[in-house]
Design a protein around this ligand. Sequence first.
Ligand code: ADP
Length: 206
Amino acid sequence: MVSSYTQLVVKRYGERLDGDAKEFMAYVVDGAARMKQLIEDLLAYSRVGTKGKEFKPVAVEAPLKRAITNLRAAIEESGAEITYDPMPTVNADDVQLAQLFQNLMGNALKFKGPEKAKIRVEAKENPAEWEFHVRDNGIGIEPQYFERIFMVFQRLHNKGEYPGTGIGLAICKKVVERHGGRIWVESQSGEGSAFHFTLPKQKGNG
Ligand code: ADP
């Protein structure tokens, strides 16, 4: 309501506003849009624990492909290249796995470096768990921020540089932990990032 009616005011009465009022209205419209995004992201965060589905065998390639489809516009716009290994079948919530891949790959596209974005998704088998890697050739992250970025609202850039609410990785952490796994990052500033997460082979129902 707030967002659509402020937009309507600008559209219908914009011409009649003076310079200052126009400028202030632009802040109101922008603020309302961000508030909406923030509420949606917080709801998504909260629902990881409350609205998750029961775990069942999931061929991981399916949620991975769904995430790529959802990101199609950003991938095509930037000409990004995405490649992936053969993926295993794990006991999981497929909707949450798609969200996990989408958040990680969406960040790789957003925080791209000067070159064309390249994303590589790998799966490695360990005795008790699968280990997944999402690697990019983007701007990278300095080591002192490796833990902080997984907390809600923690961002390393202002919204003018890169849009976002700082909730995406907190959702990833919550999803992975609900599945009994771990998530962490390795990176060097300017050298790209590698996000790693594990999913145990045996885990009861979420
Ligand atoms: P948002 O993308 O909304 O800012 P996230 O929780 O997804 O929030 O990410 C938190 C911060 O971690 C980002 O603002 C960014 O500074 C950093 N980050 C996340 N993914 C990457 C990446 N692939 N490359 C570089 N920095 C990243």
